[in-house]
Design a binder for this molecule. Structure first.
Ligand code: NAD
Length: 515
């Protein structure tokens, strides 16, 4: 749990003691100290590893002012020169990827290979941003009238803000700022207060890559910092990724202030398993998708929908066997497959959903609450949990749990399975496992979700496509990164140009038609 603690007394902590994590403003770590801080944990040990600054509105003002000052020169920097900074940044992140992954594991808890994987997925967005001159090329029409030309091009918005969740400390911020910066914007990032260190490390690497001071800034904190960003008159646009209630709040509040907003929210992703599916493949995919990163992924599969009783019974038996083999422990140990949850508060919330499921009458097949973890210390562990005979009216089906809890909802037919997915309020990702092309094609055409996997459990789009859900998994018109990211962080300008020549005409008061 986070608690507000006063100004730090240990700016030079002894080894193993908690460190201070500060804002990053105008190219350097903010040395002013903080009037309040919250604690950061290592979830695998339960120990406090850091004290992160909590921004006041004045801190947010300082970061926005730095970004506003840096904007004109950065926007005027040729796109290919901005891209060169991204090339250097890409190499630096790659060089430091082991160190960055270790930071992620120590604050989030996910296993090291998973942490390294998210750094790679973030780097792919940087690689996309390296090609920004190609994306910013405009359109030109010669002779739209006699000696009149038309040109359309995209310009950056100004200072933009990003607000990110705890579950991807590297990847989600990198969904946002590489594209925004490459397009010529300057940026203020507010990472999750639970995992604050990584974004500051990325800021330092951006500076090392040659990014001018003030182009990328980091403020830490909670609702106070977020509200100051949402209402700041110099912020032009807000990218948010987090839970649905906060996403909706962000969208409503920032839109009312006239800002452009993309707010990605929560999920309840279903995997439909058809009777003709390769069950072995489906089960191993399901294990990774449901329990990888302790289920703390917005693309995690939390509902398995086997079609037909035979499929359901076979799936259940194989899942029980696979769960008995699931290795839970500290994410730093190479053989471990699932680490702890991010905080004790979150672990207890997820465990409370197991109680709710039992009270609602679902069959608790595997109970993760009894999980023993060798070397687990006071870590925030919970074992993999499986419910069967979950029904669509239960809270454990309707609500996002965001932990290692998988529900089996049995469907009698493909049509019933499809209807189930389409009726759910969330529509982030979904998957179908089948050997039949026609079934897969029908599912793809008719399912109401933003990202669909056909025999692929976690269909996260590559960086040169865009990421985003439907229904209450996304508020706003733009998905994130890829071509939609470029559109989000730029706006069109269209010019019609004529140069004086010898055939100047008299004033004409009719509608110009270029005839
Ligand atoms: P969260 O909504 O609690 O927090 C996200 C951000 O909002 C954090 O930076 C936090 O400081 C800030 N915040 C929290 N409460 C706030 C408030 N009342 N007012 C203003 N700002 C506030 O989310 P989380 O717990 O950090 O992350 C998990 C959630 O994120 C899950 O719901 C998950 O599905 C979602 N998520 C979605 C995607 C996606 O692409 N759709 C990706 C990753 C995570």
């Amino acid at each position: 749990m986070t608690t507000t603690i006063p100004r730090s007394t240990h700016s030079n902590p002894a080894p193993g003691q908690p460190v201070d994590i500060d804002h990053f403003i105008a190219g350097r770590v903010d040395a002013r100290g903080a009037s309040a801080r919250t604690v950061v944990y290592n979830p695998a040990t339960g120990q406090v590893t850091g004290h992160v600054a909590v921004a006041t509105p004045a801190d947010v003002d300082a970061a926005v002012a730095a970004a506003a000052t840096a904007f004109p020169a950065w926007a005027a920097t040729p796109a290919h020169v901005r891209a060169r900074v991204m090339f250097r940044f890409r190499d630096l992140v790659d060089q430091h990827s082991d160190r960055l992954a270790a930071i992620i594991t120590s604050e989030h808890g996910k296993v090291l290979s998973d942490a390294k994987g998210e750094v790679t997925r973030g780097l792919e967005v940087v690689e996309f941003a390296c090609g920004i001159p190609q994306m910013l090329k405009g359109e030109f029409s010669e002779n739209v009238g006699r000696a009149v030309d038309g040109v359309t091009f995209r310009q950056p918005l100004g200072v933009v803000a990003g607000i990110s969740p705890f579950n991807f400390p590297a990847m989600v911020p990198m969904w946002m700022f590489p594209v925004a910066l490459a397009c010529g914007n300057t940026f203020v990032m507010k990472p999750s207060e639970k995992v604050p260190t990584l974004t500051v490390e990325l800021a330092k690497l951006l500076t090392e890559a040659g990014l001018p001071d003030g182009v990328f800034n980091v403020v830490h904190g909670d609702k106070v910092a977020v509200d100051a960003l949402l209402t700041h008159d110099q912020i032009e646009a807000v990218s948010f990724v987090g839970s649905t209630p906060i996403a909706e709040y962000i969208h409503t509040t920032a839109s009312a202030q006239g800002k452009r907003v993309q707010a990605l929210g929560g999920a309840k992703n279903h995997m439909v398993i058809m009777p003709d599916a390769d069950l072995e493949q489906a089960v191993s995919a399901l294990m990774g998708a449901a329990y990888g990163s302790a289920g703390e992924r917005c693309m995690a599969i939390s509902v398995a929908v086997p079609v037909g009783e035979e499929t359901a019974n076979a799936l259940r038996e194989r899942l029980i066997a696979a769960l008995a083999e699931l290795k839970v422990g500290p994410g730093t140990q190479p053989e471990v497959e699932m680490g702890p949850l991010v905080t004790d508060v979150h672990r207890d919330k997820v465990a409370s959903y197991i109680d709710i499921g039992v009270q609602e009458g679902a069959e608790l097949v595997v109970d993760g609450r009894g999980q023993r973890v060798p070397d687990g210390g006071d870590g925030f562990f919970l074992g993999g949990t499986l419910f069967d005979h979950v029904t669509p009216s239960m809270r454990i089906y309707l609500e996002e749990i965001f932990g290692p809890v998988l529900s089996i909802v049995r469907a009698a037919s493909f049509e019933e399975a499809l209807q189930l997915v389409n009726d759910h309020e969330f529509g982030n990702g979904t998957a179908i496992f089948t050997a039949d092309g026609n079934t897969a094609r029908t599912y793809l055409a008719q399912v109401k979700a933003g990202m669909v996997g056909i025999n692929v459990p976690i269909p996260v789009p590559m960086a040169f496509h865009s990421f985003g859900g439907w229904k209450r998994s996304l508020f706003g018109d733009h998905h994130i990164h890829g071509p939609e990211g470029v559109r989000f962080y730029t706006r069109n300008k269209t010019a019609t140009t004529r140069w004086p020549d010898d055939s100047q005409v008299r004033a004409d008061f009719s509608m110009p038609t270029h005839e």
